[in-house]
Each structure stands twice: as C-alpha cells, then as structure tokens.
Design a protein around this ligand. Structure first.
Ligand code: GDP
Ligand code: GDP
Length: 439
C-alpha cells in the first residue's frame, strides 16, 4: 500500500505550492488532458521507486469554532488520522505564530511521524529565523522552498523514512486470484454508494461474505455474478449489519484513494440532483491519474426532470471531457433501475484494462494509420513511426518507436490513440501512449 502523506499548516504558508511539487505529474499525457482540473487536494507522487499519496488538508485551525470551519477541521483531523506521516508546513518569512503552536500541540498529541517544513526559505537556509521553530517541539526544521523546489527531496525522504516502504510491485503480489475483478464504487458522500451496493448485493443474489475489517484497511467483499468473481473494495466505511451494509464511518478521502489504487475497475458514482461537482471532477482526475478503468454511473436519475437531465449531459461533457473513454449509465439505485446493466460495462472495462496487444498487431495498426494519415512535416523533416509494442497493462501502455517522434502533434497522437482503441476495443480504460525516438 502506498503511504499517505498529509500536508498540514495554516493558510498561505505554501501548502498548495508544496503539494504541486510533490505530485508533479508522472505522465505528461495526464498533465495535458483538457478539462482535468488542476486545483486538487490529493494526488500521487514518486520518490525513486516508491510511490506515495499526498493529501493537502487546506488551512487547518484545530480550534475552529462552528459551522463550515468546524466541518473543515473535522475533515482535516480525519485526513491526519488516516495518514501515515505528516508534513507540517510553516512560513519562515512570516515567523512563528500562535496558530502554529496550536497545530503543533495537536500533532504532538497524535504521536504520528511528523516532519517540520520551514517553507519560503530560499536564500535563507542558514538563517537564525529557522531557529525559533524548534520551539514547536517537533524536532528539526527542514528548510525548503516549495516555489523554487529547494530542499523538497530531502524533506520527502525525511517524511518517508520512518515508514517501512513497501517494495515497488508489492501491490501486484497481493492482487489475489487472477480471474477476480477488483472493483470500487467511488463518489462523494450521499451520492448513493451504500444504496447501490446493497441493491446489487440483494438483487443479484450475490454471495457476499461478512469480513472483519480494521479501521485502516478497507473491507473487501468477495462475490460472484454470472460466473464472474468480483471483489468489492469498500470506500464508504461499510459494515455488514444484519442483511444490509451500512456506512458506519464517515466518508474518507484516504479510504477512497486507497480503494481506487487497488481496484481494477472503479465505478464513479455521480448524483444527478447535484450535477458534476468539483469534488466529482477531482475524484475522476485521481482515477485517471492512477490509470484505473472506470465506469461512470449517474445515480438518482428518478429524481430529476427533463431540463435537469439536459443540463447534466452538458456538464458531464464539459467537466468530464477527459473521461470520454468511459461508458456512462443513468441509474436509480433506490429504485433498482439500470443497475444490472453496469456489470457488462465493468467486465468490458476490465478486459480493456488487462488486454494483451501483440507487437505484430500493434505495429500493423500503427503502419496502417500512418498510411491512412501521414504525420505532418515539422521544420523540413517528417516524423516516422516504425513499430509499436505493449509497455504495460492496467492501464494499457503502447510504446511507439520511430524517428523524430517528438515532432508529432497532439492531434496526431489523439488520432493514433483512437485507432488503437478501435482495434483493441479499449472501452472504459485510460490508454497511455509513449513515444521513443531512435537516435
Ligand atoms: P497555502 O494556502 O498554504 O496552500 O499556500 P500557497 O501554496 O497558496 O502559497 C501562499 C503564497 O506563498 C503564494 O503567494 C505562493 O506563491 C507563496 N509561496 C509558496 N511557496 C513559496 C516559497 O517557497 N517561497 C516564497 N517566497 N513564496 C512561496
Ligand atoms: P453514500 O453516502 O454515497 O453511501 O449514499 P447513500 O447510499 O447513503 O444515499 C444517500 C441518500 O441518497 C439516501 O437518502 C438515499 O436514500 C438516497 N438515494 C440513493 N440512491 C437514490 C436514487 O437512486 N434515487 C433517489 N431519489 N435517492 C437515492
């Protein structure tokens, strides 16, 4: 399991800036996707071979009085509780504040591994200004400049050091049975996750087992549907109570992220009465970044009128433009409408995600595509794709080799992606294309 790092600190100390540094997109393709919202509070990154998840908790006031601030503080506290390690960010230019003290007290009480980042330290690494932060009682102050990328690597190493880092690839080892589709239902609180899961488990006469779960590990519910084995990874904090599953824990971002990570297929559940919200788009972005196959289900279809349905189609088109590869279902979990139709899409997405693409076929599709539409010349020379092979699965990666491929336009890359998708029926999964130019 990837370790989770929570970024904590008051507003304006540079948490978002640091977050962006720590989650620098691993794949240019993802960064370039139109419509993928950049304003995110969780993401993933990699240090050497080790991947991690970062959660930016927003401005944290442990003593927030009431209303929305109290709710924010509650969510932050939850994110911290679920994290493996905390990076507490302070602003060395602004100096130590009373609020920093409050946060430090809170963190010390938790006894979580915690490192202190003295941000905005560019040009003042040795400064006496750093010294006052030792007062916080959290040990060494790591001077960093999130804006300039200084000290970030050693900060990260310090944050991850106390954790026994899992060897890369361990996720695959715990993958379980080969022919089992691991799936997760992801979505905001109240979109209807529990209702959908219960409707499925009831109606389809699925064989579900009650499994013990610790607070830290999501429970997994194995079942069978039309001869196909599945394992449902819980995102909603579900526990079995009598005949139905009930959410006993509140919504948990970390649990959702972990479930997405370990699933083959994610059912992204939206609420028709709410449209596509920022949080939906964030979860969608995370699914894409994780390379997970996805089926979109718009729930509570029974509760919206024609006009709202129209609006909804449009907002899906705009806000989830980067998920055009996914099938969309309109369902009512409460009325058990449309929910059975999700299964074929889930299987299809799984097959696409784990599809094997032989080199000769890939190369043939590539060369036929080139013949159909030749890449444009750039500066007197023409890019020349020569052959392609599969570079990975789940998500599928196609590596295209040739000459001057750095001059291929984005439009041309999309054209190629479309041809590969069509040939291999890649519905419901992200597809990554990599281009390698021979020198
Ligand atoms: P957040 O509210 O904690 O998320 O803080 P932001 O990341 O939004 O940063 C707040 C302000 O501090 C912005 O104007 C940033 O440009 C600035 N900032 C962030 N990191 C640095 C840094 O390393 N050095 C300096 N000088 N400014 C920084
Ligand atoms: P979760 O937090 O995502 O697990 O959401 P729940 O399954 O607890 O559902 C939240 C609320 O939405 C409950 O009041 C449900 O009765 C309601 N709900 C769930 N599915 C539907 C649906 O298909 N139509 C309507 N109208 N309400 C629904």
């Amino acid at each position: 399991m990837k370790p989770v790092i929570a970024l904590v600190g008051r507003t304006n100390v540079g948490k978002s800036t640091l977050f962006n540094r720590l989650t620098r997109s691993r794949d240019a393709i993802v960064a370039d996707v139109a419509g993928l919202t950049r304003d995110r509070h969780y993401g993933q990154g990699r240090l050497g071979g080790h991947e991690y998840i970062v959660v930016d908790t927003g401005g944290f006031e442990p003593d927030a009085g009431s209303g929305i601030y109290r709710e924010m503080a509650r969510q932050t506290a939850q994110a911290i509780a679920e994290a493996d390690t905390v990076i507490f960010v302070v602003d060395v230019r602004a100096g130590l504040s009373a609020q920093d003290h409050d946060i430090a007290v809170y963190l010390r009480r938790l006894g979580k591994p915690c490192v202190l980042a003295g941000n905005k330290a560019e040009g003042m690494q040795e400064s006496a200004l750093l010294a006052e932060f030792y007062e916080l009682g959290l040990g060494e102050v790591h001077p960093v400049s999130a804006a300039h990328g200084q000290g970030v690597r050693s900060l990260l190493e310090a944050a991850l050091e106390p954790l026994a880092l899992a060897a890369p690839g361990e996720d695959d080892a715990q993958a379980g049975e080969a022919d089992t589709i691991r799936m997760a239902v992801a979505g905001r609180p109240n979109v209807g996750k529990s209702t959908l899961i219960n409707a499925w488990l009831g109606e389809e006469r699925l064989v579900a087992f009650d499994l013990p779960g610790t607070t830290r590990d999501a429970i997994r519910v194995p079942f069978e549907q039309q001869g196909q084995k599945y394992e449902l990874i819980d995102t909603a904090g579900l526990r079995k109570r009598g005949k139905v599953f009930e959410a006993v824990e509140k919504f948990s971002v970390v649990k959702t992220l972990r479930a997405i990570e370990s699933a083959h297929v994610v059912v992204l559940l939206l609420d028709a009465t709410q449209g596509v919200t920022d949080q939906d788009a964030h979860v969608a972005g995370y699914i894409l970044e994780s390379g997970r196959a996805v089926v979109v289900a718009v729930n509570k279809w029974d509760a919206v009128d024609e006009y709202q349905r129209e609006q909804l189609h449009r907002s899906i088109e705009n806000r989830l433009a980067f998920m055009k590869f996914a099938t969309i279902h309109f369902i009512s979990a409460a009325r058990r409408q449309g929910i059975g139709a999700l299964w074929p899409s889930i299987r299809e997405a799984y097959q696409a995600a784990t599809c094997k693409m032989p080199t000769p076929v890939l190369t043939r599709v590539l060369l036929e595509s080139v013949q159909f539409q030749t890449p444009k010349r750039s500066g007197g020379s023409r890019p020349k794709p020569r052959y392609a092979h599969q570079g990975g699965m789940n998500p599928p990666v196609i590596v295209v080799h040739g000459n001057l491929l750095e001059h291929l336009t984005d439009a041309y890359k999309r054209f190629l992606e479309g041809r590969f998708r069509k040939q291999f029926k890649l519905v419901g999964t992200p597809l990554r294309l990599e281009f390698r130019t021979s020198k």
